[in-house]
Design a protein around this ligand. Structure first.
Ligand code: DDH
Length: 290
């Protein structure tokens, strides 16, 4: 399977910045969502889940075909709750219907990270909507009830090494788990709508206790009301992961740098970009004094 980016020569960075700005403004406007966390975290999760189906063995899945829009994928139990992010993007797609779904889902995630004061993420257009037959089967997204070996194997399928796996999991600074979506409950930290290294700081510093939640699933809970999935906690149980967690907890700039490159790689997995294909860095609304 080969996925070649289609570069639309009619479009410039300004066209994509306009879409970025629309998404960013709507994040600001619809701020009451999910107890005033807002739509940022779930937009990040949509970008990640629409990319996280990638399989390096045959280059299938991934963000390219925008197949999240098909029922098989958007009803995958791992995607419970993401409908809210898709509906958020509906009016944006209506207004800018020349963009592909894969480009829109990934642009939404890049916008949400940057507007949450995260790092700048380089982004390249060119994903092409594929037919329903390209939709990957359910079950390719990670299962939280697992340890370090599972995490390492899972990220290897996405061509991610240990540093990339740890950096990517740091996105759990954003948002929270929801009993009704995943069977887990609670946020990873205090600042659920700001992109920071808080996930790593909390992993190291909170008093974690493995407990059964109201849905009967095991999760680590702290006295401050924070939580960790078993796959999160695996990052302090494995000595190689632990070293990287400590680095990111002590050095936010190092986390930001690694997250930016790993997230771009995640969103572009399996895509061949022709020589000279454009690569954009978008301005935040703040950068533009908006
Ligand atoms: Fe995650 N994640 N994630 N995650 N994730 C959940 C929420 C969010 C796993 C499981 C869950 C990444 C990696 C993993 C975000 C981003 C990223 C929830 C809760 C579960 C469960 C969903 C719900 O109840 O609504 C597991 C397992 C892994 C793993 O590494 C093995 C990665 C790589 C990212 C990323 O973006 C790079 C975000 C953001 C959320 C918060 C969503 C929200 O609605 O809030």
């Amino acid at each position: 399977i080969v996925h070649i980016a289609a570069v639309n020569k009619e479009r410039t960075i300004d066209d994509y910045q306009r879409i970025y700005n629309k998404i960013a403004e709507k994040i600001r406007e619809d701020d009451e969502y999910d107890g005033y966390i807002g739509y940022g975290p779930i937009l990040v999760r949509l970008g990640w889940h629409s990319s996280g189906t990638y399989n390096k063995e045959n280059n299938s899945g991934g963000s390219y075909g925008g197949t999240y829009r098909f029922k098989l994928e958007n009803t995958d139990p791992s995607n419970n709750g993401l409908q809210n992010a898709a509906h958020f993007l509906d009016p944006i797609y209506k207004e800018f219907n020349w963009i592909s779904h894969g480009d829109l889902y990934t642009l939404g995630a890049v916008c949400a990270v940057q507007e949450a004061q995260g790092p700048k993420i380089k982004w390249r257009p060119g994903r092409v909507d594929l037919p329903e037959s390209a939709t990957p089967e359910n079950g390719r997204l990670p299962d939280a009830v697992n340890g370090a070996d599972y995490v390492r194997n899972f990220y290897a399928r996405l061509k991610m090494n240990d540093r990339e796996a740890v950096a990517l999991t740091g996105a759990h600074c954003l948002g929270r788990t929801h009993l009704k979506n995943s069977g887990f409950d609670g946020p990873w930290g205090a600042a659920s709508s700001s992109f920071t290294n808080e996930f790593f700081v909390n992993l190291l510093n909170e008093q974690w206790k493995l407990e059964k939640n109201a849905a009967g699933n095991k999760q680590y809970d702290s006295p401050k009301g924070y939580m960790m999935l078993e796959t999160d906690y695996a990052l302090v149980q494995d000595p190689i992961y632990l070293k990287i967690v400590k680095e990111y907890a002590n050095n936010e700039a190092s986390f930001f740098k690694d997250f930016a490159s790993s997230f771009q790689k995640l969103l572009e997995n399996g895509i061949d970009y022709p020589k000279g294909a454009p690569e954009y860095v978008f301005k935040t609304l703040d950068d533009q004094d908006m």
